[in-house]
Design a protein around this ligand. Structure first.
Ligand code: FES
Length: 104
């Protein structure tokens, strides 16, 4: 299992155990992490799974894909480290991952 910590907009944290192979959004929704809704089911079409990835985790989580990039260009509160968590697959390499939940 992989440990993932979500930092909520109020700066409280929610640490969860994630099984590799799942999308980060799915892990958040399954653990009722506030602010991650996953309304489109992971199709990169709603941005209700928007997170900010801490600097040290940007490379292991990969680059935005084209569809994700287009969605983020039409989203709010976008930063350089914004990602759609439905486009991040949990792997063993992400053990200890910390992401911040974007304000909704
Ligand atoms: Fe809709 Fe990620 S769940 S964009």
């Amino acid at each position: 299992m992989v440990k993932v910590t979500f930092v909520l907009p109020d700066k409280t944290t929610r640490a969860v155990e994630a099984e590799p192979g799942w999308k980060l959004m799915e892990i958040a929704v399954n653990n009722a992490v506030p602010g991650i809704d996953g309304d489109c089911g992971g199709e990169a079409a709603c941005a209700t799974c928007h997170v900010y990835v801490e600097q040290k985790w940007r490379e292991p989580t990969g680059e935005r894909n084209d569809v994700e990039q287009a969605m983020l260009e039409n989203s709010f509160e976008v930063r350089e480290n914004s990602r759609l968590s439905c486009q991040i697959e949990v792997t063993e390499a992400l053990d200890g991952l910390v992401v911040e939940v974007a304000p909704s």
